[in-house]
Design a binder for this molecule. Structure first.
Ligand SMILES: [Ca+2]
Ligand SMILES: [Ca+2]
Ligand SMILES: [Ca+2]
Length: 281
């Protein structure tokens, strides 16, 4: 609290036509009061001592009513309000309380969110100018008279902008909506789905679809084998009798005649054929 001592003349100067002249400001009872008040002014319009002197003078005249019926003598108005405070809040900032005692006007402290003193002026603090007003850095701080507000957390974040925005781990639920075969990667404010594994087409976010490898070039199996599509791959059947090797890489005819004349009689001609052989006569 800070007390300001205002002379009657000071109050009059705020809003009324004249100080101490008597006829102008008062309603007629102020002849004597005016003279006394004028003396107060003459003693110095700023000093508290002169203000007190002035008030005492008008008090003696009992009831100096200024413009609008507002008392200028520090007395009590008809509605119970303090006379000195009734004019321009006694010179206090409009946001603070004004009270007037024997020594003069007392201005209350500025409310929370304001700097300055009630006796001069209360100035809004721009809380946003420091550390984003304490709002999360991802949000917008908006200064308001006596306070401030924090914007909402952006998409992909939980929490309040006034406290903290916390990244949502989308991957923790249902793999983030990614295909079960794809990796979900959580990122600040978002997430990504990895690629589909080999053997699948499509995307991790749209869905992975098995490739039917057998539909193209027998799935890479030897032409003599059977390709069977499987989820994510394919299988090749074994090479048939008369062939060596495996279906997935290639079946190679066995030259039976190379060994023991293919089992033919020594006088017969062994003829190798694809997958078999013959014994000639
Ligand atoms: Ca503010
Ligand atoms: Ca996230
Ligand atoms: Ca497949």
């Amino acid at each position: 609290m800070r007390a300001i001592q205002l002379s009657v003349c000071s109050v009059v100067l705020f809003s009324l036509a004249s100080c101490g002249g008597g006829g102008g400001a008062g309603t007629g009872t102020g002849g004597a009061a005016g003279a006394t008040s004028s003396g107060g002014k003459g003693g110095g319009s700023v000093a508290g001592a002169s203000g007190t002197a002035g008030r005492a003078g008008t008090g003696g005249a009992s009831g100096a009513l200024g413009t609008g019926g507002v008392r200028t003598d520090g007395g009590t108005n008809s509605d119970g309000s303090d006379g000195l405070c009734a004019v321009s809040n006694g010179g206090c900032d409009p946001l603070v309380t004004c009270s007037a005692g024997g020594a003069g006007v007392v201005c209350g402290a500025c409310p929370s969110g304001y700097t300055g003193t009630g006796a001069t002026a209360c100035t809004d603090i721009n809380e946003c100018a420091t550390n984003n007003g304490g709002c999360d850095a991802l949000t917008t701080c908006t200064n308001t008279p006596g306070a401030w507000t924090c914007g909402a957390c952006p998409s992909g974040y939980a929490g309040s902008g006034a406290t903290a925005c916390t990244d949502i781990n989308e991957c923790a639920t249902n793999n983030g909506g990614c295909d079960a075969l794809a990796a979900c990667v959580n990122t600040p404010g978002a997430f990504t789905c990895g690629d589909c594994p080999a053997g699948f087409t499509g995307g991790g976010s749209s869905g992975c679809v098995d490739i039917n490898e057998c539909a193209t070039n027998n799935g890479g199996c030897d032409a003599l084998t059977t390709c069977t599509n499987t989820v994510g791959s394919r299988t090749c059947s074994a090479c048939s009798s008369g062939y060596t090797g495996v279906g997935a890489t290639g079946c190679v005819d066995i030259n039976e005649c190379a060994t023991n004349n293919g089992g033919c009689d020594a006088l017969a001609t062994c003829t190798n054929t694809a997958g078999a052989f013959t014994c000639g006569g």
